[in-house]
Design a protein around this ligand. Sequence first.
Ligand code: P6P
Length: 335
Amino acid sequence: MSSRVSLTRYLVEQQRLHALIPANLRLLLEVVARACKSICQAVNKGALGGVLGTAHSENVQGEIQKQLDIIANEVLIEANEWGGHLAAMASEEMDGIYVVPNRYPQGEYLLLFDPLDGSSNVDVNVSIGTIFSVLKKPEGSAGVSESDFLQPGRQQVAAGYCVYGPQTTLVLTVGDGVAVFTLDREQGSFTLTQENVQIPPDTHEFAINMSNMRHWDTPVKRYIDECLAGSDGPRGKDFNMRWIASMVADVHRILTRGGVFMYPWDKREPDKPGKLRLMYEANPMSWLVEQAGGAATDARTRILDIVPGKLHERVSVVLGSKNEVERITSYHARL
Ligand code: P6P
């Protein structure tokens, strides 16, 4: 008999032993995991699936949508709308919220997602993924509106991602640490492969898009210059650099072996606080990182404390090994 723990058993035990997962939240997470398996199958077909390349449309961010962005979005909507656990959904690929149709029962949860993060990598066979965040609909509000979603990230009740790489891996927190599930393709089920993930507080590895260097603010330039100076410089050690241009893949590496990820504000679009989206990229990733002993700020403020003003709000992101995030944040504090 396999001693492996399935996602279902893990969620049942979290519900039974830790009372962290009410039945409807367990159903939500199982449905999201099943949707990720469907997205994984579409992604894995590659050119054979006839769905690579652009959809010749733009999303609310003004970004060209890949066909797989739209497919992944539809998979998550169709998988979740009927279950009675959700009131509404929000997605990077949709301008407004998607309210569960009247033909289905309304639930108490709000689901937010980036259905296929890093999709620019899909045509070149580099890891991409699905990021999701779960909030509770505020009590008392009749119906559901966009304002119900505008809660700080510390209000999340579940967060996770599924990375479609050499392995398909679901990483999840419900507030009791971070658990990792690897897709057993023979069984077709996610199997627990790691619990209580811990990010080392120190690192020698940073992730940032170096081509933007001339646009960075002074504290970011200082931090990266010190890393590049290596053992001859003020840090007294050499650093390595990684940039996959897929947040899910970069964050998964950091959860696995430490590191610091940065997508800071820069001068290219000074009115925008950053490139990444708060509600369905930075918030879920920040909670996962904090639950694994790391830290996440916008270079000044804890990301999970930011009160959003709008659904597709962008934010600067510095996350990963706690001591590095604190160092970078301290450089900004001295401005
Ligand atoms: P750049 C992907 O488009 C994404 O939203 C994140 O997954 C990734 O970290 C970042 O943008 C990459 O941005 O400017 O390096 O292409």
